[in-house]
Design a protein around this ligand. Structure first.
Ligand SMILES: C[S@@+](CC[C@H](N)C(=O)[O-])C[C@H]1O[C@@H](n2cnc3c(N)ncnc32)[C@H](O)[C@@H]1O
Length: 308
């Protein structure tokens, strides 16, 4: 970083600027467009085939790829980045990462910052982008498949299901980074129609479930843990709030798993959606489901706006 800026002042300054005025690039580009600067690319959950086409093209053109270490499958790096210098970000702080990417960019290299899953979820991408932007290096996001979506595909279910789950929470458990007060897992479970997807909680499954039981939640609520979703060693452990902790301890997983709590885990007990049940004949209806129809009379009645 330049001598006069520490990362937090860069973050604060960029935040102030955003608060005062929206970035013109928001209106000039669509997600997925190739833009000027360093792309922050979502690698997807692991399987190289779950990288987006946009991400693959950017990696193929890259000279330097700074990646998220063991959370990015080395097969993906071998397949798409064998011509590029690859550097793991593990163990590096912003003071090291920013000059590394900035200098390569200023030397005319194509730099890609590769995050696991989607960079917008527990990726700490924006602070790197702000620090780079503050130093005059443009950046942008390229989305990826987040691990919760890979896990739901593995489980052959939907995270939202008519009459079972109307909401999805992406969350993490209390620990070094999150205080007890900011841990809302119990509240999401309490709501009943929320599918709770816990990131960064593999090491804490037993403690998390014990807290739920102590707080009086039904121990029979289904829970699935998908370890390394989409990787060759993917593993699925299913149970309930009452049983999953012990199962995970036995399996010995301490990282890299998605924990999903809620009835949607089983894919059972839902009711047919309105979309394929004559919704169009019923007039305006906020309850219309699914995301596949473009045939609504007006935007107000477009069920694509009220997806299930
Ligand atoms: C630092 S967060 C990054 C999340 C990532 N940005 C995403 O969108 O999936 C790391 C956590 O994501 C989850 N995770 C990442 N990849 C996973 C995978 N392939 N299978 C299951 N969980 C995964 C784990 O909970 C892990 O602790």
């Amino acid at each position: 970083m330049s001598d006069e800026t520490d990362p937090q002042s860069a973050i604060d300054a960029q935040g102030e600027q955003r608060r005062a005025e929206l970035d013109d690039r928001i209106f000039e580009h669509n997600a997925g467009d190739e833009q000027e600067g360093i792309p922050f690319v979502g690698a997807g959950p692991g399987d190289p085939r779950l990288l987006t086409v946009a991400g693959k093209e950017l990696l193929e053109e890259a000279d330097l790829v700074v990646h998220a270490g063991s959370l990015v499958n080395s097969e993906l790096l071998e397949e798409y980045c064998d011509h590029a210098e690859t550097v793991s970000s593990i163990g590096k702080d912003l003071e090291e990462l920013i000059p590394l990417m900035r200098d390569a960019h200023e030397d005319g290299d194509n730099v890609v910052r590769l995050h696991s899953g989607d960079p917008a979820i527990y990726g700490a991408a924006l602070e790197q982008m702000d620090a780079l932007e503050h130093e005059g290096v443009p950046t942008y996001f390229v989305p990826g498949v987040t691990s919760a979506f890979a896990a739901s595909a593995t489980l052959r279910t939907q995270l939202t299901l008519n009459e079972v789950s109307n909401h999805v929470a992406f969350t993490r458990p209390q620990g070094k980074t999150l205080t007890e007060e900011d841990d809302h897992i119990g509240e999401f479970v309490e709501m009943g129609d929320v599918t709770t997807c816990i990131y960064l909680g593999t090491h804490a499954v037993a403690d998390t479930m014990d807290r739920l039981i102590d707080d009086g939640h039904d121990p029979e609520i289904p829970v699935a843990v998908v370890y390394h979703a989409s990787w060759p060693d993917e593993d699925v452990i299913v149970g309930t709030i009452g049983t999953i902790g012990e199962k995970i301890e036995e399996a010995g997983y301490r990282a890299s798993a998605m924990v999903i709590i809620g009835d949607a885990v089983t894919g059972a007990g839902y009711e047919r959606s309105y979309l394929y049940d004559g919704w169009a004949d019923r007039g305006p209806d906020d309850d219309a489901d699914d995301d596949s129809s473009e045939t609504a009379d007006s935007e107000q009645t477009d069920p694509a706006e009220t997806t299930q």
